[in-house]
Structures are given as structure tokens and as C-alpha cells.
Design a protein around this ligand. Structure first.
Ligand code: GLN
Length: 542
């Protein structure tokens, strides 16, 4: 950190949701980082859930887990993948969390008999949370993304908190970036600016004037159109940026840089811009993504296959690992509920690799076990993550160890072979929110394992999100028949990684490696899995 006090950037969205505020925020962070500033990003979500841990992935996509065990919005995954800066509990705050704190304080009598209201009490708590990251004295610039769309009832207290903060911190210490949509009307052949004008008006009604506008569009915008938007919205012409669809999200920082985004931000924040940004490694990475030498097919077997966002970190990890291996990974989302012994060959037979995804509950579980069986017996590279690893253990127990009713007690509480069982410390917990084994734990990798070969180091820290575990009581049976504990928690002895050494590549991890794959540091297990899939494809050709 080089500034004595951090500066703040707020990112809001208008006109429509899903315009990519998270990607824009992450891109700006990446550019400011390239200019030598220490940056962090936080997301404020207007919904009332305390965190997205209890949400069905179909609601908001994947739940991303931080190093310190926060269950957060999937945008935090983009922040980490773009910048390699780790996030924490403080980087994602919901309306539910804000109200919870205020209500707890009220119950403790902290408000000394005053009437507790949205303004100032809720807005004060929002401002406190926004500034919490400043206490770490690590960051020059704190970017705060406000979830939802301006004009929503739920966003109002957040917008009001931003208005107060901008006033209190002074105009040179904050910047407001507003992202909107410029729709193209095919019937009249025109791009329309009116929704943007209305959305800026909605901000103005709440006392906020944006400094920078980012216009999402499906095609390039003329300078006339941008000038018109600038004029109607009181924004400098050079502060109106376009964000057109690009082949890969990792190009967005470059697209923003070509329009001088970070320079405009630095000027607005009165910050010097000594250092020319070095974006060479990002450019090289994009080149690799855009010009792959080959394409390989990998199946992602899960039950949330209708919404690819449910597996965002996994699909991005494959983008990173593909770049390292000079290949494009074509992911096939295969619904595990539709897999059975009669069709598994047809659904998975042509795949170069099979990944069985994380998940909860019994729906689709037998299809996942069938997919594992297919990968194991056909020698297809296999990667099981969390529930995927548990399915690999169950499949091996049923078909190799001959424990016919082997199961996880999550699905079959009365099985006589609980090869996956509830952790001791989980017994007796009834509350669902934030009560799993969450966040980073150490794992020591066994000599000679493929996992150790992939990581190249014997002690790793990986992030968890689960209640059930490999039941070590059965470990001697598994090891005697060819499934090994390749990674073990050095403190608790829990089995974290399983492998079948005789198989070409068969690894299951109780943890989620996908949360730690970034552009700068593609995850070693994904890199090794893709390499195995490439090698397998080559062998098949012979
Ligand atoms: N449902 C399993 C458990 O709680 C796996 C969780 C997961 O895949 N994230 O242990």
C-alpha cells in the first residue's frame, strides 16, 4: 500500500441485470493493479439471505468459497481469477448480514433507546462494512460493486449509503462507475440510448452523479452515440466507454485499457499514473485461449447442468488449464439424473476426460456413480470434486470391495457400509447456514502420488465446503485393493485426496481446487487432468 488512506470506486448497474458488473469491476481492479496500486473488490448483495450458502445454484449460480471460509457470490471468483488477490468474509455483504448486525446491536441496547431506522442505522452499517477493508491498511483502492439494478427497492439503502460516503469522503476520493445496456432494435436498425438516460436519471434522483459510464452493447458504438450519452448524462466524453461482447471475458481488461479506463479512473481519483501497465502476460494468456492447437472434450457430470453459472469456477479452471496445455477444453454438461447403465457409453464414450461435480442430496447420485464406474473401468481420465470424490469412493466400495450397499450416510443413513460419513464435529448441528467445513485446510500429499507430481510440493492448502468425509475405518480395505489415500490432513488425519495408481489418471479431492485457479496460477490438478485427457486422446488415435 502506498497511499495513507484508500480511495473508493463504486460500481452500479442499470437497465438490466446480468450485464457483467463483476467482470467490469475485476477488469478495473486488474488494470489498477498493473499500474502499481494495491486493490481489493467487495460485493454488496441486496438480498436478505445472510450469505448465498443456503441458495440453490439455480438462483444465483455457484457459491464461491474464500480462503477464510466465507460462502460468497460467484463474482468473488472473478475477482480472484483476474487479480489473484484473495478475498474474505469482508468482501461480500448482504442485506441480511447488515440487518442481522443492526438487530443484534438493538437487542444489546446499543442504540440507547433511539428508534432504529433504515437511515441512519442501516446506512451507517453499510458504510461501516464498505470501510472495513480499509482497516487492514493493505489497499490503496477499494472497489465496491453494488449488486442488483438501480431503481430496485432493495438497492435503495446501498445507493443512499454510497451517496453519503461520497459526500463525506470528498469528491477526489471516490469514483462512481455505472454500467448500463444499449439495446439494438432490429426492427428499426437502431441502438437506443434512452434506457441509459433513464437509469442515470434514477441515480440522480438518489443524489448520485456517475463519473464514468460503461455501455454494454452487442456491437461497437459510434462516437456520436457516446457523445450523445455524455451530454445527456453529464459525463465527460472520454468517460463513456463501450463494452461489447468479446470472445473471452479475459479480454475485457484489454478492451477497457484501450479506452483508457484506468487513466480516467486515476485522474478522477487524483492519483498519479507513473507506471505504464504491463499487460504482457495477460495478452499471452489470451493468445493461447484464442489460438488453441487442439480441442478436447471433457464431460462435467452434475445435476445443475441447465445453468453453466452453477459450475463457474470449474469451467474457468478449464479455461486456465487449457491455455497451459495449448488446447481448448470443450465442456459437455451432462445431467447425472439422465445417466444409467444403458446409456452411459453413448453419453460419455467419446470423452477425453470425465469430471464428476460437487453437489448435495440424493438426486442424480446414481448417475454420478455410473459415470465414475465408466471412467474407472474404461481407463478414461477421471476427476472427482467433493461429492464427485465421494461418488468415486462409493463406486469402488460397491464394485471392487463388494460392499453392495456402500453409500454416504447423506443419502442412505442406514447403510451397513457408511464409506462416506458425517464428520464427528458435524453431528448435532441442525442449522444449515455457514455450518459446513468451510475454507482452507492443509493437506499433505503422499510420496509417489500423481497429486504430488502435479502440485510439485507436499503441503498444500485447499478450500472445503462439505459435511461428509471419507470414513477412515474402511481405509485399509480401499488401500489393499488399489484405491489410495493420496492426500491427508496432517492435523486431523482426514482423507482429502484419493487416487487409483493403476489407472491412467483417477483422482478425487474432498476439497474444491477450482476456487484457487487463477489466470496467473492455473490450478495444478486441472492442468494435470487436462494433460492426461490430451494424452489419452492421442493414444486413442493410434
Ligand atoms: N454433499 C456432500 C457433503 O456435504 C458434498 C458437498 C460438495 O460437493 N460440496 O459432504
Amino acid at each position: 500500500m502506498k497511499l495513507s488512506k484508500p480511495k473508493y470506486i463504486f460500481v452500479t448497474g442499470g437497465v438490466a441485470s446480468s450485464l457483467g458488473k463483476g467482470i467490469i469491476s475485476a477488469s478495473i481492479a486488474r488494470l489498477l493493479q498493473a499500474r502499481g496500486y494495491a486493490v481489493t473488490i467487495q460485493k454488496l448483495d441486496p438480498y436478505i439471505n445472510i450469505d448465498p450458502g443456503t441458495l440453490n445454484p439455480y438462483e444465483h449460480g455457484e457459491c464461491y468459497v474464500t480462503e477464510d471460509g466465507a460462502e460468497t457470490d460467484l463474482d468473488l471468483g472473478h475477482y480472484e481469477r483476474f487479480t489473484s488477490i484473495t478475498t474474505s468474509h469482508a468482501n461480500n455483504v448482504t442485506t441480511g448480514r447488515i440487518y442481522q448486525s443492526v438487530i443484534e446491536k438493538e437487542r444489546q441496547g446499543d442504540y440507547l433507546g433511539k428508534t432504529v431506522q433504515v437511515v441512519p442505522h442501516i446506512t451507517d452499517e453499510i458504510k461501516r462494512r464498505i470501510q472495513l477493508l480499509a482497516q487492514r491498511k493493505e489497499f490503496d483502492i477499494i472497489i465496491t460493486e453494488i449488486g442488483g439494478t438501480v431503481g430496485d427497492i432493495e438497492s435503495l439503502p446501498f445507493i443512499e449509503a454510497v451517496r453519503q460516503l461520497r459526500y463525506q469522503l470528498g469528491s477526489r476520493n471516490t469514483a462512481l462507475i455505472h454500467l448500463t445496456l444499449i439495446p439494438y432494435l432490429a426492427a428499426s436498425g437502431e441502438l437506443k440510448t434512452k434506457p441509459t438516460q433513464h437509469s442515470v436519471k434514477a441515480l440522480l434522483e438518489n443524489g448520485l452523479q456517475p463519473d464514468i459510464l460503461v455501455l454494454r452493447a452487442d456491437r461497437p458504438l459510434s462516437s456520436d452515440l457516446k457523445r450523445k450519452v455524455a451530454l445527456f448524462c453529464n459525463v465527460d466524453a472520454n468517460a463513456v466507454m463501450e463494452s461489447v461482447d468479446v470472445p473471452t471475458i479475459y479480454e475485457v481488461p484489454l478492451m477497457m485499457h484501450s479506452q483508457h479506463m484506468e487513466q480516467v479512473v486515476l485522474d478522477k481519483l487524483d492519483l498519479p499514473s507513473e507506471q505504464e501497465p504491463d499487460l504482457g502476460s495477460l495478452k499471452a494468456f489470451i493468445e493461447k485461449i484464442k489460438n488453441p492447437k487442439r480441442t478436447i472434450d471433457i464431460a462435467l457430470v452434475g445435476k445443475y447442468t441447465e445453468l453453466p453459472d452453477a459450475y463457474k469456477s470449474i469451467s474457468e479452471s478449464f479455461v486456465h488449464a487449457g491455455a497451459v496445455n495449448d488446447c481448448k477444453v470443450k465442456l459437455h454438461y451432462v445431467n447425472s439424473e439422465k445417466i444409467d447403465a444403458s446409456n452411459v457409453e453413448e453419453k460419455l464414450g467419446k470423452m477425453a476426460g470425465i469430471l464428476v461435480a460437487p453437489g448435495f442430496g440424493s438426486r442424480g447420485i446414481e448417475g454420478k456413480i455410473e459415470a465414475v464406474h465408466f471412467a474407472r473401468t474404461k481407463g478414461i481420465p477421471f476427476f472427482g470434486i467433493c461429492l464427485g470424490m465421494q461418488c468415486a469412493v462409493i463406486e469402488f466400495a460397491r464394485n471392487v470391495l463388494n460392499f453392495k450397499d456402500a453409500a454416504s450416510t447423506e443419502m442412505e443413513p442406514s447403510t451397513t457400509h457408511p464409506v462416506i460419513d458425517l464428520m464427528e464435529e458435524q453431528k448435532g448441528i441442525v442449522a444449515k447456514g455457514g455450518t459446513m467445513r468451510l475454507g482452507a485446510y492443509p493437506c499433505s500429499l503422499q510420496p509417489g502420488s500423481k497429486a504430488l507430481a502435479a502440485y510439485g510440493t507436499n503441503l498444500v492448502y485447499e478450500r472445503h465446503r462439505h459435511r461428509y468425509e471419507f470414513n477412515s475405518e474402511f481405509l485399509p480395505d480401499f488401500e489393499a485393493h488399489g484405491m489410495k489415500a493420496a492426500g491427508v490432513n496432517p492435523e486431523s488425519g482426514l482423507v482429502e485426496v484419493i487416487e487409483i495408481p493403476e489407472h491412467r489418471w483417477f483422482i478425487g479431492t474432498q476439497y474444491h481446487p477450482e476456487y484457487k485457479s487463477t489466470v496467473k496460477k492455473p490450478h495444478p490438478l486441472f492442468v494435470a487432468f487436462v494433460a492426461a485427457a490430451v494424452a489419452y486422446t492421442e493414444e486413442q488415435k493410434k
